[in-house]
Ligand binder design. Structure first.
Ligand code: SAJ
Length: 416
């Protein structure tokens, strides 16, 4: 084993768990982040994000000295880049990937790169980004050779190995999932396999960098298209007076049908983002993928319309929205359709709005400032005349449904 030190660049939802798992395998891990608060928190053996069991493993590897965090790059055998790749909305409706975090990461590590190093891009990225990363490194370090020019004999190896873990199950999936390893040359892939084999129990499947980039985008686009199909069905079923949940269950009894669940829209920073990278690369060809995004983005407005109509039936409507997170049993509100729905409702003056979100302690200011109150499920069931299920949190699924039956219920997740 020639890899002794690994630098993980970006200590967020992917980077920190990855750093901790590698450190737990006995390697020296240096976490690099621009966020001083994150660095200080980790060095104190704590975590700044929510993920089951992550606190335990981080505390342990910081205590043994195998993981430490810093804001200044240090030499290492391997650099793993796990920084965000959000999109930028343009005025013309295009969604372009923002690669500035990757470029900054390249500029941060370039001064400490040494011959024999491996640089891995883990961030979900448009096709061609690994080549761009290699080019940025090369521009900063003309004294070293890179695989785009020297192939297998290059001083620096570069590969794309996209993360594929599900929030809430990150520590299990980091180890059990198969990994797609896309080296810019065979030697790059071999070196990356050497690293991942130290902590991945799944298979490490080798391909080239462009295919690895597209594989990750394809996985999330597949899910988005399938959810869009379910969301479209839900709207059709409402019109035809059919219970969509029963319909999906019945259709899924066919051995070759597996429809996902309709919901109030698609959130999070992956499925709602990544398909746009394919659309941006091939706008003429990616029609189905674009339409799926538009269908899923339209679903929150359909739910808002249902809520507005229900509230109109009452003189003094009190609407309780169950759930603000982007999916069940997490605290993550980023790109959440539930949050978006509640926020839009506050602009419509439809009555009093209560929010129930068992995974957060305080109402987000975007809602609090508009008078939305964070209450318990009991209070919501007592005070509201319209109940809207926006997230299928376990607390809502197990709640006594007789209380719900006394209200007007809009169940966007099918928990009823
Ligand atoms: N959703 C539905 N109906 C469903 C499933 C999901 O409406 O049947 C909604 C959720 O409520 C949520 C959104 O879709 O708002 C996304 O949730 P998710 O659980 O499908 O996915 P993420 O964003 O948490 O994680 C995805 C995963 N990708 C796939 O399953 C193909 C994960 O493996 C990736 O690593 C992650 O994206 C990522 O980082 O790219």
């Amino acid at each position: 084993m020639t890899i002794k030190t690994v630098s993980v660049v970006g200590l967020g939802y992917i980077g920190l768990p990855t750093a901790a798992v590698i450190a737990s395998r006995g390697m020296q891990v240096i976490g690099l982040d621009v966020n001083q608060h994150a660095v200080d928190t980790i060095n104190a053996g704590d975590i700044h994000i929510v993920e089951p069991d992550l606190d335990i493993i981080v505390r342990a590897v910081v205590a043994t000295g195998n993981l430490r965090a810093t804001t200044v790059a240090e030499p290492a055998d391997v650099f793993m880049v796990a920084v965000p790749t959000p999109f930028i909305h343009s005025d013309t409706g295009e969604h372009k990937a923002n690669l500035s975090y990757i470029e900054s990461a390249a500029n941060a590590i370039a001064p400490v790169l040494e011959k024999g190093n491996l640089v891995i891009l883990e961030s979900t990225s448009p096709v061609g980004t690994t080549e761009k990363l290699a080019a940025w490194l090369q521009a900063a370090r003309p004294d070293l050779s890179f695989p785009q020019d020297k192939g297998d004999t290059a001083d620096i190896k570069v590969a794309h190995c996209p993360e594929r873990v599900l929030p809430g199950y990150v520590l299990q999936e980091l180890v059990s999932n198969d990994r797609v390893i896309g080296g810019m040359s065979k030697a790059c892939s071999d070196r990356a396999v050497e690293l991942y084999s130290t902590f991945v129990r799944g298979e490490c499947v080798v391909t080239n960098a462009r295919t690895a980039e597209m594989a990750k985008l394809t996985e999330n686009s597949f899910r988005d298209v399938n959810i869009a199909f379910a969301n479209e069905l839900s709207v059709i079923c409402d019109k035809l007076k059919i219970n969509v949940w029963e319909l999906v269950k019945l259709a899924n009894r066919h051995p070759r049908v597996n429809i996902l669940n309709p919901g109030p829209g698609v959130g999070g920073h992956c499925i709602a983002v990544d398909p746009w990278f394919i659309v941006d690369s091939c706008p003429e060809e990616a029609n189905l993928i674009r339409q799926a995004r538009l269908t899923n983005d339209a679903k929150p407005y359909y739910v808002i319309d249902q809520i507005t109509k229900a509230a109109d039936e009452f003189k003094r409507p009190v609407v309780a929205c169950l759930g603000l997170a982007f999916k069940a049993d997490i605290d993550d509100l980023r790109e959440s359709p539930a949050l978006q729905i509640v926020e839009e409702l506050t602009n419509k003056d439809i009555g009093d709005i209560l929010a129930v979100e068992p995974n957060i302690q305080a109402i987000p200011s975007v809602l609090g400032d508009k008078g939305v109150e964070l209450v318990s499920l009991e209070t919501a069931l007592e005070k509201a005349n319209v109940i809207v299920v926006l997230v299928d949190h376990k607390q809502f699924k197990v709640a006594d449904k007789t209380e719900f039956s006394k209200k007007v219920v809009i169940d966007s997740r099918g928990i009823m």
